[in-house]
Design a protein around this ligand. Sequence first.
Ligand SMILES: [Zn+2]
Length: 125
Amino acid sequence: MSSAIVHFLAGYGTVLIIITLLYRFEYIDLIPQRNILGFIGGIWGLGPDIHHMIENEWISESIYTVHNNRISDIFFLHYTLDLPQVEAYYHEFIALSILYVGFCITITYYFGVLNREKRIKNRSS
Ligand SMILES: [Zn+2]
């Protein structure tokens, strides 16, 4: 099992990259909402671990079954990040996820936020 912060940051960073790509290819401008959507992505990445918090045994076991199935990779690679091979590098993956989210924030800022401000300035002048 990976640290919760790894799951959260995997979701947060990936949503930022998706928002930046959607903006760059002019599908939809979600740059102003990037932080709240990134947060929702982080919570989504933690989704299968909710079985730790549910007291109802039947619901908890049902979620745990999904947690231990490859299908939980739709929660930003939750299954893969919980594999024993990843757990063997527990601290390294925490550091890597922090670097990953820093990279994603930089990409979103440079190609999303700054670019958006330039576009708005060009339109008004
Ligand atoms: Zn898990």
